[in-house]
Design a protein around this ligand. Sequence first.
Ligand SMILES: Nc1nc2c(ncn2[C@@H]2O[C@H](COP(=O)(O)OP(=O)(O)O)[C@@H](O)[C@H]2O)c(=O)[nH]1
Ligand SMILES: [Mg+2]
Length: 449
Amino acid sequence: MVLDRLGDSLKTSIKKLLGSALVDEKLVEEIIKDIQRALIQADVDVKLVYKLSNSIRKEIKGAKKGFSKKEQVVEVVYNSLVRLVGTKGVKIQPKGKGFTILLVGLFGSGKTTTAAKLAKFYMKRGYRVALLGLDTFRPAAMEQLEQLGMSINATVFVKKGEKKADKVVKEFAKELKKFDIVIADSAGRDALDKELVKEIKGVNKMLNPQETLLVMPADIGQNAKAQAQAFSDALKVSGVVVTRMDGTAKGGGALTSCAVTRTPVKLIGVGEKVEDIEEFEPKRFISRLLGMGDLETLLERAKESFDEEKAEDLAKKMVSGKFNLIDLREQLEGVSKMGSLSKLTSMIPGFGTAKLPKGALEVQEEKLKMFKIVMDSMTKEELERPEIINSVRIERIAGGSGTTVKDVKELLTQYRQMRKLMKGMSSGKMKKFMKQFGIKDMRDLERLM
Ligand SMILES: Nc1nc2c(ncn2[C@@H]2O[C@H](COP(=O)(O)OP(=O)(O)O)[C@@H](O)[C@H]2O)c(=O)[nH]1
Ligand SMILES: [Mg+2]
């Protein structure tokens, strides 16, 4: 996958950061240097790299209190990179009739292929799609589009032998209005010369597209900046399509194109076949790049805050059913040592906060805090042998901790459920599970089993 190498170097920096005991200015500078090196090696424009590192530096200095310094730095780096490729809400949302998408780019960037891919993408979603061939420059271009269109059963509008793209637009304008989406494939050149600028400007004016996408191959390298700039000067680009993301290219040029055009990557091409296209999700992409979306990093952090010996001890207790509230409290303390629950869950693949109802995690976090408060009002005996906690004791505990009877009961219920789940697991499985447990709330236990 493209940018893998960039990802590897960035991951190393992030690991360095997470693994260090002290985050001081020197370390931050070191990390920034690492990131600069990684980005430049990946062909991201040098000026852009410096701009980015300056903003990272500035943001770290002015960062808000309340987070651990490490997390803050990781977050600043992460957010800066996400901003570089675009933030949320970038999906193309075709509306009404004749929603037009114009693809522009140089020779061989992947326009025609992308046009067909996009057509298939939208046809699968129930739209009526027309492909419009405006590459009047290369003789074989029309056939290529026709063939691709035929292979996916799309309607293709081409006018073979016509030399002027705007004439093609004029000819089919009326018919195109009947379609939900019109995807226009334009001509390229080896470089963006005056002729091409004039041509795409003209086409752009006539078509008046809702989306003008600049198609850039992932392997474009340092040329990206000048190219993106030229296209962006000629017409209003609304997004970037990065093709050949399946190759070995370094991909930094794509990041540069986004910065230059001030538009996000909207789609990526990941192969030669017509189905090889994906909507781009910057957060997921950068998470993957930084290795934040993988559980390994998370488990590493879990390991940091969980004492191996203690975990083993606890695992045994749980299996034998001797697990009590003292152990539970220790667990909860482990959770808070690792940072906030919402932050941790955002790092688990498939457990993004998006899936949870808004505020659910905050509620859960509050609950964990509340549980700790409840436990602080219990006697040692109650913590060790929760089974002795009867309704009289419950009332006393609620009163003493400033919580309600319902709160205390909820804690006890969750504790019992957990103990029940734990019984009968093998000690080895339990130990493995324990490491994971630190990041989950008790209800998630059931889901995990
Ligand atoms: N591997 C791979 N090849 C691609 C991708 N997109 C386009 N291509 C190839 O790139 C070459 C040029 O594509 P084409 O669509 O003709 O570019 P155009 O000149 O901009 O219209 C073709 O050989 C395509 O098969 C992609 O995402 N991955
Ligand atoms: Mg083409």
